[in-house]
Design a protein around this ligand. Structure first.
Ligand code: IVH
Length: 669
C-alpha cells in the first residue's frame, strides 16, 4: 500500500475512533490501539509532510504558539439571553410570548426546547464546504478572538463535518466546557507544579485554556464542546435546513458535532417548569457545571415571528439556578502574600463539595471583611459558590471557641513590618526584596515594557529564586553562564544568551528602568514623565514629596509612593549595587521645547493599529505633549484605536478632538 493510501486510511480510522470516543462516548478502539495508529500517522507525516492536511487527526496536538490572538469580526452577532430566576418569572415570560404572537386562549401550548445552560465559554465554529476554517470566541458579541488553532485541539470539535454534501458555509455556536473532575485534576496538577495560576471555576479554566497563546497547552486541557445553535447557513438546499431547535440538534449530531444529551422538547409552561425542577435536582450529578436551564421556542418559524431585541432574542430565556450554599468549618485563617505585597487572609475550610467542586479555601479579601463577618477559626460557616463567583464565606452559622483573628503586623514570609495606609483596607509587605514578591518583581523588571531581557522567563526565574541564586534584581547582573547551565532546560547556548541579554539591558532608557522597578502607582506613563522631568535616577530618587507634587500630572498617591520606595534601605542598597554592576539607564533626550504638540494634554485609548501604547506615549511626550491616563476637562486630544470605549464617549461629550493613530502621527511628523 502506498503512503498516500495508508495516510487516508489512518486518518479515516482515527477520525472515526475520535468521534466515537469524544462525541458519542462509545469507544471503538482501545487506548493502546489508538496511540499506536496515531504514532504511525505522525511518523508518516514526518516522512511525507505533503500528506499532512489541515484536518488530519495529527493536528489535534496543537500548532506552534502564536504571538497574540487575532480579532475576528462577525456579521451575525452572538446574542446573550434574558434571565429569570423562578417559576413565576418564567410563566410571565412565556405568557408574553402568547400575547406577542396574538395566540388564542385555546391554542395548543407552545413547544419549548430545554437545554442545560452550560457554564463555559461561548465559541463559534465556521465550516466552509465542511472544513473547519475559523473558530472565534464571543468577545463583545460582534468582535471576538480568532482561536482556530486552539479550538482544533478540542477533540469533540470535528475538523471536517461528517457529511458528503456540506453547505457552502455554516456557523455553529456552542459552549466550550471542562468536566468537573478534569477541572479539579488540572487545578491539582497546577498547584503541585507550583503554578500560581489556579482557576477559580471550570468556566475560567475553559475560557483561559481556549485563549492560550500556545495551542499545545490548550491540547492538554481536556476541553469539550457542545453545539447549541446556528449562526448562519448558506449554500444548501432548504430541505436540509432544520425547522426547529430539535431539528438543529439532530442535524448537528449527524454532522459529527456533540450536542447535550439532556436537551429535549417540553410542551407548555408546566412541562417546562417540571423539566427545570428535574434538572435542578440532578445538576450535581452531571459531569459538567451548569448554571441554569435554557428554554427556547422550538419552532424556527415562531422564533422568527418573535424576533430579536438589540442583544437578546425574545424566543429564549436563561432560567438561572439558585447559588449553592453549604455549611462547613473554618479551620484557620492563613495569610497569603501576593505578588504586589498585599497580605490577603484566606479561609482554610474543612473540604466540602459544593456543586461538584470541592471547596477548601476561600479568600477573605482583607481584615475589614473578617471583622464584618465576625469570623474566628473554629466557627461553623456558610459557604456559597454561585456559578460566576469564587467561593465566598457568607456568614457565621455557629461560633466556635477560637480566638478572634488579628491581622499580623509582620509579613509571614520575610517578617518585615507590614503597613496599612490610612483609608486603605489592604495591609502590605513593603519589603522590595520579599521572597514572596521577588519572582513577580523580576519578571516585571525583565518584561517587555521594562528592561526587556530576552530569555528570562517564568520557569527560569522560578529556579533562580528557589535556588537562592537571585535574592534581588541586582543579583541578576552577576549571574554567570556556568551557573545557569546546571538548571532545568538550560543548554549552554541558552545560558549564554540569557547572560548576554542581561548585560544588554544595562543601558536601557531610564523610563523603562523606572517602570521596571514596579513602584506602586508608577506605571509606564508616570515613568516617562518623571524621567523627562528629572533626567536622572538620582534626581528622581532624591526629589522631595513637595517637589514631586508640583508636577501637574503627579498626584499625592504617586508622590508618597515614590518617596516611600526610595526611602527604603533595601531599595537604596539594590540601586547602589545595580550601579556598581554597570546598570546605567540612558537619560531621555531633551524634550523639544515648543514641539508640535506643546501644551497639549493627550490621552490614548483602545488598541492602536501600529504603535504600542508605550511607544505612542513616548512619541507624544517627545513632541511636547503631556500624557494623561483618563479623560478630564484638561484633556485636549484623544487618540483612539480599536475597541475604544468609554473614554472615547467621554471625550466626545466634552467636545475633545479625537484622532486616529494616523492623524496623530501626521501631527507629530
Ligand atoms: S443559546 C439565544 N444555549 O449562555 C442566545 N446559550 O447567556 C444564544 N450558553 O453566550 C445562546 N448554554 O455562551 C445557548 N444551551 C445553551 C447555552 C448557552 C450556555 C451561553 C452562551 C451564551 C450565553 C447567553
Amino acid at each position: 500500500m502506498n503512503s498516500r493510501t495508508r495516510h487516508l486510511e489512518l486518518c479515516r480510522i482515527l477520525v472515526d475512533a475520535n468521534h466515537a470516543y469524544y462525541v458519542l462516548d462509545a469507544p471503538t478502539l482501545s487506548d493502546d490501539e489508538y496511540d499506536r495508529l496515531m504514532r504511525e500517522l505522525l511518523a508518516l507525516e514526518d516522512a511525507h509532510p505533503e500528506l499532512r492536511t489541515e484536518d488530519s487527526p495529527s493536528q489535534r496536538v496543537g500548532s506552534e504558539p502564536v504571538g497574540a490572538l487575532p480579532t475576528y469580526t462577525r456579521t451575525v452577532r452572538m446574542l446573550s439571553m434574558s434571565n429569570c430566576t423562578d417559576a413565576d418569572e418564567f410563566a410571565d415570560w412565556a405568557g408574553k410570548l402568547d400575547t406577542f404572537l396574538k395566540r388564542d386562549e385555546d391554542a395548543d401550548d407552545l413547544v419549548f426546547f430545554v437545554e442545560p445552560k452550560l457554564d463555559g465559554t461561548g465559541l463559534e465554529l465556521i465550516y466552509e464546504r465542511g472544513q473547519l476554517v475559523v473558530a472565534a470566541t464571543r468577545g463583545d458579541g460582534t468582535t471576538g478572538e480568532d482561536v482556530t488553532p486552539q479550538a482544533k485541539t478540542i477533540r469533540s470539535i470535528p475538523l471536517r463535518l461528517r457529511v458528503d454534501d456540506p453547505p457552502a458555509s455554516v456557523s455553529i455556536r456552542g459552549e466550550v466546557v471542562i468536566a468537573k473532575t478534569d477541572f479539579e485534576a488540572l487545578n491539582q496538577r497546577l498547584s503541585a507544579e507550583g503554578s500560581e495560576r489556579v482557576y477559580a471555576n471550570p468556566r475560567n479554566l475553559a475560557a483561559g485554556s481556549l485563549r492560550m497563546l500556545d495551542p499545545r497547552v490548550t491540547a492538554q486541557r481536556s476541553l469539550d464542546f457542545f453545539a447549541h445553535s446556528f449562526g448562519a447557513i448558506s449554500g444548501t438546499s432548504a430541505s436540509v435546513q432544520p425547522a426547529s431547535q430539535l431539528g438543529f440538534y439532530e442535524l448537528a449530531a449527524r454532522w459529527g458535532l456533540k450536542t447535550h444529551p439532556e436537551a429535549h422538547r417540553a410542551q407548555g409552561v408546566s412541562a417546562t417548569q417540571a423539566a427545570y425542577d428535574d434538572l435542578v435536582a440532578r445538576r450535581h450529578d452531571l459531569p459538567h457545571e451548569i448554571d441554569g436551564m435554557v428554554a427556547k421556542v422550538d419552532s424556527f418559524e415562531i422564533q422568527d415571528l418573535l424576533g430579536t431585541r438589540t442583544r437578546t432574542p425574545r424566543w429564549a430565556i436563561a432560567w438561572k439556578f439558585p447559588p449553592i450554599e453549604r455549611s462547613t468549618r473554618l479551620l484557620e485563617i492563613e495569610i497569603n502574600v501576593g505578588r504586589t505585597g498585599a497580605l490577603t487572609p484566606v479561609a482554610i475550610l474543612e473540604p466540602v463539595p459544593i456543586g461538584g467542586v470541592t471547596v477548601s479555601r476561600a479568600s477573605l479579601h482583607n481584615a475589614d471583611e473578617i471583622d464584618r463577618l465576625g469570623l474566628k477559626p473554629g466557627d461553623k460557616v456558610l459557604v456559597k459558590r454561585a456559578g460566576d463567583v469564587i467561593p465566598k464565606v457568607v456568614k457565621v452559622l455557629e461560633a466556635g471557641d477560637g480566638e478572634p483573628f488579628v491581622m499580623p503586623d509582620q509579613c509571614p514570609v520575610c517578617e518585615t513590618v507590614a503597613t496599612r495606609k490610612d483609608g486603605e483596607v489592604v495591609t502590605r509587605c513593603p519589603n522590595f526584596n520579599c521572597p514572596a514578591q521577588l519572582e513577580g518583581h523580576i519578571l516585571h523588571f525583565a518584561g517587555r515594557g521594562a528592561m526587556d531581557i530576552e530569555g528570562l522567563g517564568t520557569k527560569l526565574v522560578q529556579q533562580l529564586v528557589a535556588g537562592g541564586m537571585v535574592r534581588d534584581i541586582a543579583d541578576l547582573y552577576s549571574l554567570t553562564a556556568e551557573q545557569l547551565e546546571g538548571l532545568d532546560r538550560m543548554a549552554q547556548k541558552s545560558a549564554d544568551n540569557v547572560v548576554a541579554g542581561i548585560a544588554a539591558s544595562k543601558r536601557r532608557p531610564l523610563p523603562r528602568f523606572l517602570n521596571g522597578l514596579g513602584i506602586r502607582h508608577v506605571g509606564s506613563s508616570s515613568a516617562i514623565l518623571l524621567a523627562h522631568r528629572y533626567g536622572t535616577l538620582e534626581a528622581i530618587a532624591t526629589a522631595s514629596e513637595d517637589d514631586l507634587l508640583a508636577i501637574d500630572e503627579v498626584g499625592p498617591e504617586v508622590a508618597s509612593s515614590l518617596r516611600e520606595f526610595f526611602d527604603r534601605t533595601e531599595v537604596q542598597d539594590v540601586l547602589r549595587r545595580l550601579a556598581e554592576c554597570g546598570v546605567k539607564p540612558t537619560p531621555p533626550e531633551k524634550r523639544t521645547e515648543g514641539g508640535p504638540l506643546a501644551g497639549e494634554v493627550i490621552v490614548f485609548t483602545g488598541t492602536l493599529p501600529t504603535l504600542s501604547r508605550d511607544a505612542a506615549k513616548a512619541r507624544a511626550q517627545r513632541a511636547g505633549a503631556s500624557v494623561g491616563s483618563s479623560v478630564t476637562k484638561k484633556t485636549t486630544l484623544l487618540v483612539a484605536g480599536e475597541k475604544a470605549g468609554t473614554k472615547r464617549k467621554k471625550a466626545e461629550e466634552l467636545g475633545i478632538t479625537v484622532l486616529t493613530e494616523e492623524e496623530f502621527l501626521e501631527r507629530i511628523a
